[in-house]
Design a binder for this molecule. Structure first.
Ligand SMILES: [Zn+2]
Length: 624
């Protein structure tokens, strides 16, 4: 055929109807640069992607939007690249591809797209080799016959206002800013909306939106998924052959040993390991929860489905164990592995009833064996004639790895501007607590709230007991504050200079500490309570809840309705007292130091006992 006729025919013969999966299996090559499994693309390796990508095929006109709310290690970005390459080769038209920022675009272009173009021969033949100064093929623009691929960042309003496009790939939409305007600029509106507007002139358009989700109520991908037909992937269980979705709560393992991870069938209760994964994925199917509206198909999938050899169940369990005690890490786990949004209030959702079951055998006022030092947190209520004047004191025993044991919680009634309550506190402060292994413990640091109506009385008390490590503190509810800050002098002379030996006040990051304490209450057993701890104590301890601020920016702790929270405040202050000790002694050595001290104290007591026994024997002899 002469070249003219060939070109002519190419112009009028419609492309043979091919799906994205068929095209990818035939043409796509994975580069050794960007992929752990270089070579030919096989949709059978990630069978769940077949339906997602085939809805983007030119032959399928029912669906306009495909939303993937996916965990990591499932191949969603590679699928996005399949979509782009398929379009370039099979049904060329203008395409816009948006990443979170211009930097991300550069990275995506260099690390993922260019290698994919290079390795896939049919594409390589269509895109001119990249030359500097060549406008038709730069980092942000790729031209090919009958189309152009434009790449931009969600923070670039100019890029989002580009020419009309038929195909749109919005990658990681939850990391886009709320507004496309660059910092300080005028409001440009939502970057997704701006990009989608580019497609409005085309009737047979395709929009792919993918992301791991982020914060509940703020997640774009979740709201898109919820507005879709909500598909979930059902797999056939190897045990009883029934279908189910894989969910985290069915993952089981033996105590702290991720290698024992198995999945417990939610139908028959039998446990199976991940050697069945490959066949389960092959026999799996997407099922929608709702009929489709707005031509939007939505898919949710967690990393539990990650194909064999990518991310294993034991690895997930290991990550879970590592993250569950650390709020930010745990949030990442929930988002990127479970593909679920994170509810900031989740960790603070604790019930007093649940905690009552955590009470341990030791009696109030006694020291459990592990404890090697004592700290106190003191909350001051009222002052100078107000109602219910009192101070409340929680004494906590500290064991290695920051285990905290509630030893006792005391309330001393009286005016904090009078001496009586402070005399009561002196008794607790100077008490010697016998340790079960011998020796005694005394309070190593006591932190008192200065924020109430008796500020000056607290200053006076702290000033006089500085040598006993009694400190004044002031809580700050600003987010991301250090647990305890550097002290600032509050006793100033008439020139405004600090008086030597004057009182010092330490700022305490209350919200930071509440995050620590609440996540420990929820996820591990580092907080211990004596056998007589009552419901009222736990009600106060759980009396606050983390919520999203009304402004929508960030979170804050709020008191539950009609709920006192003195026990929580005392625990927060006691934890700040422990952290004050870290300011004075190196954190790496402090627990060993206290252990040695206790041992010395026990030895000393033993010696004294022996001596006094000798003495009494001697005196007995003398008397005789
Ligand atoms: Zn079963």
């Amino acid at each position: 055929m002469n070249p003219f006729a060939k070109g002519f025919l190419e112009g009028i013969i419609p492309p043979p109807p091919m799906t994205v999966s068929e095209w990818s299996d035939k043409h796509r090559r994975l580069s050794s640069k960007g992929s752990s499994e270089p070579g030919r693309w096989r949709t059978s390796r990630t069978p769940y992607l077949r339906e997602c990508q085939d809805l983007l095929s030119v032959t399928n006109s029912d669906v306009e939007r495909v939303v993937l709310m996916f965990g990591s290690q499932l191949g969603k970005t590679e699928m996005g690249i399949n979509f782009l390459l398929y379009t370039i080769d099979h049904c060329p038209a203008p395409i816009l591809c948006v990443a979170a920022s211009l930097d991300m675009v550069k990275r995506m272009s260099r690390q993922r797209l260019e290698p994919a173009f290079e390795e896939t021969p049919v594409i390589k033949a269509k895109i001119a080799p990249q030359r500097s100064r060549d406008a038709s093929n730069s980092m942000f623009i790729k031209e090919y016959p009958s189309g152009i691929l434009m790449l931009t960042g969600s923070n670039s309003p100019a890029g989002l206002r580009s020419a009309p496009v038929r195909y749109l790939f919005l990658d990681e939409i939850d990391s886009y800013p709320a507004d496309a305007s660059t910092s300080g600029g005028v409001s440009e509106g939502d970057p997704c909306e701006l990009a989608i507007k580019r497609t409005s002139t085309f009737s047979r358009k395709k929009i792919l939106m993918t992301s791991t989700p982020t914060l509940k109520e703020f997640s774009r991908v979740e709201s898109e998924y919820l507005a879709s037909d909500r598909r979930k992937f059902f797999v056939k269980s190897p045990c009883c052959g029934k279908y189910q979705t894989l969910i985290w709560s069915q993952m089981k393992w033996e105590k702290r040993d991720p290698s024992t991870a198995k999945y417990e069938c939610s139908h028959c209760g039998e446990r199976f390991d991940e050697s069945h994964k490959t066949s389960m994925l092959r026999q799996g199917e997407w099922r929608a929860e709702k009929p489709m509206t707005r031509k939007t198909a939505g898919f949710q999938m967690s990393s539990l489905y990650s194909p064999a050899g990518w991310l294993s169940w034991p690895e997930l369990v290991e990550e879970f164990l590592r993250s569950k005690e650390d709020a930010p890490l745990f949030k990442t786990f929930v988002n990127t592995r479970l593909a679920e949004t994170f509810d900031e209030s989740y960790q603070s959702q604790l019930s007093a009833e649940e905690l009552l079951e955590k009470c341990e055998k030791y009696k109030p006022g006694t020291i459990p064996e592990d404890v090697i030092c004592l700290v106190q947190g003191v909350d001051v209520q009222g002052g100078s004639g107000t109602k219910d004047e009192r101070i409340e004191i929680s004494t906590f025993g500290i064991a290695p790895e920051e285990h905290m044991y509630l030893i006792q919680h005391d309330v001393i009634f009286g005016d904090a501007n009078q001496g009586t309550v402070w005399k009561g506190l002196d008794v607790l402060l100077t008490a010697e607590w016998p340790h079960p292994n011998g020796g005694t413990l005394k309070v190593d640091c006591c932190a008192i709230d200065t924020g109430g109506m008796a500020t000056n009385s607290v200053y006076n008390y702290c000033r006089e007991r500085k040598s006993m490590n009694v400190i004044g503190i002031k809580g700050s509810s600003r987010p991301a504050q250090p647990v305890i800050g550097r002290g600032s002098k509050v006793d100033l002379n008439y020139k405004g200079k600090a008086i030597k030996g004057g009182a010092t006040v330490y700022m305490v990051g209350s919200d930071t500490i509440k995050d620590v304490l609440y996540s420990r209450l929820k996820f591990n057993n580092k907080l211990h309570f004596h056998c007589e701890t009552d419901q009222e104590y736990f009600k106060q301890l759980t009396g606050e809840k983390k919520v999203l601020k009304k402004s929508g920016r960030g979170t804050e702790y709020v008191q539950k309705r009609n709920q006192k929270v003195e026990a929580l405040d005392c625990a927060v202050y006691a934890y700040s007292a422990l952290n004050h000790l870290y300011q004075r002694f190196p954190r790496s050595k402090i627990f060993q130091m206290f252990t040695d001290r206790l041992l010395n104290s026990a030895n000393l007591a033993k010696k004294q006992r022996l001596n006094s026994r000798k003495k009494s024997k001697k005196s007995y002899v003398d008397n005789w």
